[in-house]
Design a protein around this ligand. Structure first.
Ligand code: SF4
Length: 124
């Protein structure tokens, strides 16, 4: 299922504006341009335009572009002991900070600290 949200083309979105996964849904502008996420309204990431082609074609393009971006495919994260708790963090925040989806999250250490904190507070 494709989730589809709407933002104006000129919306000033930032990675911190949402923690939605860029890879689990889609977001379109008022002019029909589809992006991977509300926090990723960048021309270089546009997946297509629903006024010019079927949504199924855009979804297929999204699947081919991002479908293999799993935590075990992420070079910087695949050996991390926390990867299945963290899943690489928010890809939009990482993209905004590094220009790449495959990098470690810029708040990687804070994520690890939170996971350790949560695990050490679990009752045994
Ligand atoms: S962002 Fe940091 S904590 Fe998360 S999986 Fe990658 S290396 Fe591990």
């Amino acid at each position: 299922m494709v989730r589809l949200g709407v933002l104006p083309d000129n919306a000033q979105t930032t990675a911190s504006a949402t923690n939605a996964s860029p890879l689990s849904g889609a977001n379109r502008s008022l002019h029909g341009t589809v992006y991977p996420c509300a926090a990723l309204h960048r021309s270089e990431l546009a997946l297509g335009n629903i006024g010019r082609e079927p949504l199924a074609a855009i979804h297929e393009r999204s699947r081919k572009t991002y479908g293999r971006l799993t935590i075990d495919d992420q070079e910087d994260c695949r050996d991390c002991d926390f990867r299945h708790f963290c899943a690489g963090g928010c890809r939009a925040i990482t993209y905004a900070a590094t220009g790449r989806f495959e990098s470690r999250a810029p708040n990687c250490q804070a994520i690890q600290d939170r996971i350790i904190n949560a695990l050490t507070q679990m009752p045994v």
